[in-house]
Design a binder for this molecule. Structure first.
Ligand code: ATP
Ligand code: MG
Length: 433
């Protein structure tokens, strides 16, 4: 479904009229009734009130007609000037005016206080526009009126309205999450029995949560959402497990690397993550926060202004993590790096230990290529026994050995090739074979 372009022609005439009214042009009667009807008739937007629709179209306008707002304002106010009533900010790369909450208020409510407050209400975060992920108001610096924030339509939603298809969210500073998928299956994963049992519990939640939500007694008492901490050394299958859960229960998994997004620009992190949480909640994603210690590490004393903001961000995230209604996984290499108060809020704490000898043997067996036989001289149970590698390490070692074999036009995987792969893995961790 896609908005017909003629909607914007009608809408432009509404805005022109409104602006001229605002400028005191008494010759104009309110004549936009006709256009208003065409807009609301569009099925996609049928549930929105006229006021909501107007705000939405206003926010879309810079993407459809970049010069329209500036020109229309100049037309109505030929004298120009600062016109603070009209709000709006200049973009960094967009050269036209970007409408803010104030712009919407001025155009659609003028100076009538009652109307302004009604419109202002529609822009609150718990109202339909924001709740349904259609549009929200940019958060502004403390002390600035909230209505001076830009009207933001998430880009995938704008694409849906303008191009007729919802785009997959793109990884960007404004949307710091990436989808995680895997071609592997549960049979490929080698996990300790205790780990596996806890993952089964997570599966039970994914499978039956809706029944809890529908139970009139439990629904009141049990908060929606399930929070789990994964901890263990690199390469033990934490990300893999998250991806496999998503695959099994047909939910998209999105990974947010906290070490990457704790922003140089203090205060930005919060705003960017908010976009991810909103979308995730609407789509019932599994959220996977990697490198959780970057943000949820043991809290330090507040020293600099930067720390103060960092702590604010932590408080925001703690709250958001607790309120998330779906499955949320945090991953860390060390449990002890995490704040205790924080750890207590998890439903489960799942350890991914380095694999033991038997698990390593299974990992070796499952990692071998299907099309290249093992030389008769190779004893993988000895390799499993002698070299303490993780699942990722074993796979990497085999991968390296296989490439060596192809390079050397060998007919099988040899002991020296495998040893070279193992040595390479040990070197990465500055260990010696
Ligand atoms: N337990 C395992 N069973 C089977 N394969 C594994 C296992 N652990 C790791 N692997 C292999 O190694 C790859 C990388 O592992 P993964 O990314 O899941 O590790 P991780 O625990 O998330 O590590 P990090 O802490 O570095 O993020 C997996 O895609 C898989 O191919
Ligand atoms: Mg990982």
């Amino acid at each position: 479904m896609q908005l017909p372009y003629q909607i914007f022609d009608d809408f432009k005439s509404i805005i022109r009229t409104r602006l001229r009214l605002l400028a005191g042009d008494a010759t104009l009667a309110k004549e936009e009734g006709k256009a208003g009807n065409t807009l609301a008739a569009h099925p996609l937007l049928a549930t929105l009130s006229e006021a909501e629709l107007h705000i939405l179209l206003l926010a879309l306008l810079p993407q459809v007609a970049p010069d329209f707002l500036n020109n229309a304002i100049l037309e109505a106010f030929p004298g120009g000037g600062d016109l603070p009533l009209l709000g709006g900010v200049k973009g960094e790369s967009h050269r036209g005016l970007l409408p803010t909450g104030e712009t919407a208020l001025a155009i659609f409510a003028g100076e009538n206080l009652e109307d302004r407050l009604l419109l202002q209400q529609l822009l609150q975060p718990d109202e339909r526009l924001a709740r349904e992920g259609l549009l929200f108001l940019e958060t502004v610096r403390e002390g600035e009126p909230p209505m001076s924030g830009r009207l933001i339509i998430p880009q995938h939603m704008a694409d849906f309205l303008l191009l007729g298809r919802e785009s997959a969210p793109r990884f960007s500073p404004g949307f710091p999450a990436k989808q995680v998928t895997t071609a592997m299956n549960w049979e490929d994963a080698v996990l300790a029995p205790a780990t596996r049992a806890q993952i089964a519990d997570m599966g039970a939640w994914l499978e039956h949560q809706h029944k809890i939500a529908a139970d009139e007694n439990l629904a009141r008492k049990v908060k929606p959402g399930y929070r789990v901490l994964f901890y263990g050394p690199p390469g033990t299958g934490k990300t893999l497990t998250a991806a496999l859960l998503g695959k099994q229960y047909q939910k998209e998994v999105y990974r947010i690397d906290l070490s990457q997004i704790v922003s140089k620009y203090i205060g930005e992190t919060e705003k960017n993550l908010e976009a991810v949480f909103r979308r995730a909640e609407r789509k019932d994603w599994i959220l996977f926060f990697d490198e959780a210690d970057a943000l949820f590490g043991k809290r330090t004393n507040v020293q600099s202004a930067h720390d103060k903001y960092a702590n604010q961000e932590v408080s925001y995230l703690l709250q958001r993590v607790e309120d998330y209604t779906g499955l949320l996984i945090l991953a860390s290499n060390f449990k002890n790096n995490l704040d205790d108060a924080f750890v207590r809020r998890f439903h489960a704490i799942v350890h991914f230990p380095p694999p033991n000898v038997q698990e390593r043997l299974l990992l070796w067996q499952k990692s071998l290529p299907a099309s290249l036989p093992l030389d008769a001289a190779v004893d993988i149970s000895e390799l499993a026994d002698r070299y303490e590698l993780t699942g990722a390490g074993i796979l990497n070692a085999v991968h390296y050995a296989v490439l060596q074999a192809y390079e050397q036009k060998a007919t099988g995987l040899s002991q020296p090739a495998l040893m070279a792969g193992i040595r390479k893995e040990f070197l990465k961790e500055e260990r010696v074979v």
